[in-house]
Design a protein around this ligand. Structure first.
Ligand code: HEM
Ligand SMILES: *[C@@H]1O[C@H](CO)[C@@H](O)[C@H](O)[C@H]1NC(C)=O
Ligand SMILES: *[C@@H]1O[C@H](CO)[C@@H](O)[C@H](O)[C@H]1NC(C)=O
Length: 497
C-alpha cells in the first residue's frame, strides 16, 4: 500500500513537472516577452524606478536591456520603447496595433475615459475624427484661427506693456492667452482677461497645473501605482479630481446656453458643431455623440491644449533671457521680414529660418512630455521578436528621440544650430517629435505651433527681455516630474523696443 502511494505521488510529480516544462517552453518560445528587471510582487520595479525622475531611470534600464523592455509599475506591466527606430516602428509601421491609450489611473480619473485623450475603440475613432475636421472647419490650419491668435497676441502684448517694465512672473498672462484661443474655438469667443467666469475657469485649470507640478505630485505617481490605496488617502490628487469636476460643471452650463441659442444652419463653434452632430445621429441607438462626450471632449481640449502650450512659451521665455544674442538675431529677422508696422503671421515663418529653428529648439530642448502619453496595444501583438499581450501599456518615450545624441550633437545644450544648415536655411529633422507620431499624435499640433510662433514673435517684436539675475546664472534645465518637464519659476521684465 505504502509503495503504491509513493509511486503515485512520484508519477504525479513527474507528470506535473513535464506539463509545467512544456507549457513553459511553449510560452517562452512562442511568446517571448521583452526583457526587463525582475519585478517584486505588488511593488513591481519600484526599487529600480526613481519616481522623482522616471525618464532618467528608463534611460539607465535601456542601456542594460536594449530599446524594448518591460517594467512593472506596481502591479501593472508596461513595455518601454526607447529610441527613434522602435518608436517609429511601433507607432507608424504598426500604427493600428499600437493605437490604444494606456490607462494611468490618475489620468483616467481626470479625463474619465470618454473624451478624445483617454477613450479607445470606436468612441475614440469617431471623437478624434470629428475633433480634427471640426477644428479644421473653424480655421485650425486656416486663416480664421490665425487671426484669432494674432488678435490674442495683441491683447497679450498690450497687457505686458501695462506692467511698465516691472519684473513679474509671466505664467498667468501666458495661460490666459493660450486658454483664450481654446475658448474662442470651443465656446465661440475669447473672454476679457478680467472676466469673472473666465478667471474661475482658469484658476481651476491653473490649480491643477500647479498641483501637477508640485513636489507633492510624486504622490500622484504613487496614485498611479496604487490606485486602490490612494483612493482612501488625502492628497493633491483629491483636489485635482474635485477641480476637474468643477470645470466639467462650467462646461455643462455653457453647453446648455448653446443649446438654447443654437442656429443649426450657422454653427458658431466646436460646441454648436457637436450639437448638430448629436441631432444628426438622433435615430442612431448608440451614438458616440452625447452631451457627456461633448463635455469631456471640450474639457480634453482645455486640459491637453492649455498647460502644454503655455508652459512651452514660459520655458521659452526663460531660455531666451539666458541668450540675449539669440534674441537679437530673432529681432533682426523680425525687423527684416515683418517690420514694425504689422502683426506677425504664419506666412512669415518660411522667411524666418532662424526664428523657426529657435522655436523648434525650444520644444526639443524642454522635452515637455519625456515619456509621451501612455499607449496600449489593442490586440495581441508581435513586435520585432517579441510577443506583447493585448492591452499591455506601452510607453513610447520621446526624450530618447528629442535628446538623441547622433541626431542632435550635445543634446543637453540649447543650440538653434540643431535645426539650421550651414548656409542658414532651416534644417528639418525626422527626430523632431514633441507631438509624438502616428494615429494618436497630438490633435492640436497645428494650433500649438501657430500659437508658439505668433506669440513669441509678437512679444519679441515689441519687447526685449530683461532678467532679474545675471543671464549667465539662469538655470534653464527643466524641473523633471513624472509626466511633464517644467521650467524653474522666474520673474522677468519686458522693455519696450
Ligand atoms: C506645445 C504644445 C503641445 C504639445 C507638446 C503636445 C503634445 C502632445 C502629445 C505628446 C500627445 C500624445 C500623443 C500620443 O499619444 O502619441 C498629445 C495628445 C493630444 N493633444 Fe497635444 N500637445 C500640445 C498642444 C495641444 C493643443 C493646443 C491641443 C488642443 C487643441 C492638443 C490636443 C491634444 C489631444 C486632443 C490629444 C489626444 C489625441 C488622441 O489621443 O488621439 N494638444 N499632445
Ligand atoms: C507691437 O509692435 C508692433 C510693431 O511695432 C505694432 O504694430 C503693434 O501695435 C504692437 N502691439 C501692441 C499691442 O502695442
Ligand atoms: C543650404 O544647404 C542645404 C543643405 O546643406 C541645401 O539643401 C540647400 O539647398 C542650401 N540652400 C541654399 C539656398 O543654398
Amino acid at each position: 500500500m505504502e509503495f503504491l502511494g509513493m509511486t503515485t505521488i512520484f508519477l504525479l510529480v513527474c507528470i506535473s513537472c513535464l506539463l509545467l516544462f512544456t507549457t513553459w517552453r511553449s510560452i517562452s518560445q512562442k511568446e517571448k516577452q521583452p526583457p526587463g528587471p525582475i519585478a517584486l510582487p505588488i511593488v513591481g520595479n519600484l526599487l529600480q524606478l526613481n519616481p522623482w525622475n522616471l525618464p532618467e531611470s528608463l534611460k539607465k534600464l535601456s542601456k542594460k536591456y536594449g530599446p524594448v523592455f518591460t517594467i512593472s509599475l506596481g502591479p501593472q506591466k508596461a513595455v518601454v520603447l526607447y529610441g527613434y527606430d522602435v518608436v517609429k516602428e511601433a507607432l507608424v509601421d504598426q500604427a493600428e496595433d499600437f493605437s490604444g491609450r494606456g490607462s494611468l489611473p490618475l489620468i483616467e480619473k481626470l479625463f474619465q475615459g470618454t473624451g478624445i485623450v483617454t477613450s479607445n475603440g470606436e468612441t475614440w475613432k469617431q471623437l478624434r475624427r470629428f475633433a480634427l475636421t471640426t477644428l479644421r472647419d473653424f480655421g485650425m490650419g486656416k486663416k480664421s484661427i490665425e487671426e484669432r491668435i494674432q488678435e490674442e497676441a495683441n491683447f497679450l502684448v498690450e497687457r505686458i506693456r501695462n506692467t511698465h517694465e516691472r519684473p513679474f512672473n509671466p505664467s498667468n498672462f501666458l495661460v490666459h492667452a493660450v486658454s483664450n484661443i481654446i475658448c474662442s474655438v470651443v465656446f465661440g469667443d475669447r473672454f476679457d482677461y478680467e472676466d469673472k467666469k473666465f478667471l474661475t475657469l482658469i484658476n481651476l485649470l491653473d490649480e491643477n497645473d500647479k498641483l501637477q507640478n508640485s513636489i507633492q505630485t510624486q504622490v500622484c505617481t504613487l496614485y498611479n501605482f496604487f490606485p486602490t490605496v490612494m483612493e482612501y488617502l488625502p492628497g493633491p490628487h483629491k483636489k485635482m479630481i474635485k477641480n476637474t469636476e468643477k470645470v466639467d460643471q462650467f462646461t455643462l452650463e455653457i453647453i446648455a446656453e448653446h443649446q438654447e441659442t443654437l442656429d443649426p444652419t450657422c454653427p458658431r463653434d466646436f460646441i454648436d458643431a457637436f450639437l448638430n452632430k448629436m441631432e444628426q445621429e438622433k435615430g442612431n441607438g448608440h451614438s458616440e455623440f452625447t452631451v457627456e462626450t461633448l463635455s469631456r471632449s471640450t474639457l480634453d481640449l482645455f486640459l491637453a491644449g492649455t498647460g502644454t502650450t503655455s508652459t512651452t512659451l514660459r520655458h521659452g521665455l526663460l531660455i531666451l533671457q539666458k541668450f540675449p544674442e539669440i534674441v537679437e538675431k530673432i529681432q533682426k529677422e523680425i525687423d527684416h521680414v515683418i517690420g514694425r508696422n504689422r502683426s506677425p503671421c504664419m506666412a512669415d515663418r518660411s522667411q524666418m529660418p532662424y526664428t523657426d529653428a529657435v522655436v523648434h529648439e525650444i520644444q526639443r530642448f524642454i522635452d515637455f512630455l519625456p515619456l509621451n502619453v501612455p499607449h496600449a496595444v489593442v490586440r495581441d501583438t508581435k513586435f520585432r521578436d517579441y510577443f506583447i499581450p493585448k492591452n499591455t501599456m506601452i510607453i513610447p518615450t520621446l526624450n530618447s528621440i528629442l535628446h538623441d545624441s547622433k541626431e542632435f550633437p550635445n543634446p543637453e545644450k540649447f543650440d538653434p544650430g540643431h535645426f539650421l544648415n550651414a548656409n542658414g536655411t532651416f534644417k528639418k529633422s525626422d527626430y523632431f517629435m514633441p507631438f509624438s507620431v502616428g494615429k494618436r499624435m497630438c490633435a492640436g499640433e497645428g494650433l500649438a505651433r501657430m500659437e508658439l510662433f505668433i506669440f513669441l514673435t509678437a512679444i519679441l517684436q515689441n519687447f526685449t527681455l530683461k532678467p532679474v539675475v545675471d543671464h549667465k546664472d539662469i538655470d534653464i534645465s527643466p524641473f523633471v516630474s513624472t509626466l511633464a518637464n517644467t521650467p524653474r519659476p522666474y520673474e522677468v521684465s519686458f522693455l519696450p523696443r
